[in-house]
Design a protein around this ligand. Structure first.
Ligand SMILES: N[C@@H](CCC(=O)N[C@@H](CS)C(=O)NCC(=O)O)C(=O)O
Length: 225
């Protein structure tokens, strides 16, 4: 059976959604990143980047990085891909989400919530860039139902994964300024598979304390030279 190494964070969330949408049987293996389990040798043998998500398919194929996993699973199952004519759009928006939405939103959250000191320049830069990227998605969705092509695809799943955490970067009132994006996220939330994907939180109690062990595991730059 496919093994899914996960936490409750945005990138694994995208993969949870695909697995539930496709109805693929999987074994969910929690990686408690606040306990440092992402750095255990058995895990870095699967993903040298020491981050979730990772899958190990039933034939032993290992794939890390959420966008790679989405593409791999979509191509393997033939599900949630747009028509071949939209391949360029698929790659463009999937990688825009991977390289723009994720990193800028993640860094905005980091500097607003987790940095040991307030650095106004860093907060301003990452918040600005996060907003800039989310606004591009919102404008793109103004006159279309789905991110690419005519149907729900892995790009919508990738956007949803980060969308569930976007207000941590953009503020609780962000949706008033991103109405088209909000419509997409609400449409996906209403799908039973999305609710099952979110219910993965009930399978394992992840550590919530952001203590020294968690900081060292997740923000190693703070303690290593
Ligand atoms: N590019 C990677 C990023 C993966 C990533 O940043 N994962 C986070 C959770 S969203 C993680 O494992 N954080 C724990 C850590 O950084 O130690 C992907 O898309 O999968």
């Amino acid at each position: 059976m496919l093994k899914f190494y996960y936490s409750l964070a945005p990138n694994p969330r995208k993969v949870s959604l695909f697995l539930e949408e496709a109805g693929l049987p999987f074994e969910a293996i929690p990686v408690d990143t606040r306990k440092g389990e992402q750095h255990l040798p058995a895990f870095t043998a699967l993903n040298p980047n020491a981050k979730v998500p990772v899958i190990v398919d039933s034939d032993g194929t290992t794939v890390f990085d959420s966008s790679a996993i989405l593409l791999y699973l979509a191509e393997k199952t033939g599900r949630f891909l747009p028509a071949p004519a939209a391949r360029g759009d698929l790659l463009s928006w999937l990688l825009f989400t991977a390289s723009g939405i994720g990193p800028y939103t993640g860094q905005a959250i980091h500097f607003k919530r987790y940095a040991p000191e307030t650095l106004p320049y860093a907060v301003q830069r990452y918040e600005f860039e996060a907003w800039r990227h989310w606004r591009i998605l919102d404008r793109h969705l103004a006159n279309r139902t789905w991110m690419v092509g005519d149907n729900y695809s892995i790009v919508d799943m990738a956007v949803w994964g980060w969308g569930k955490s976007a207000t941590s970067a953009l503020g609780e009132d962000a949706w008033g300024q991103l109405p088209h994006l909000k419509r997409l996220l609400d449409t996906i939330d209403a799908r039973p598979a999305a609710q099952r994907a979110l219910a993965i939180k009930d399978r394992y109690q992840f550590k919530t304390d952001l203590d020294d062990q968690a900081r060292q595991a997740m923000f190693p730059h703070m303690t290593r030279s």
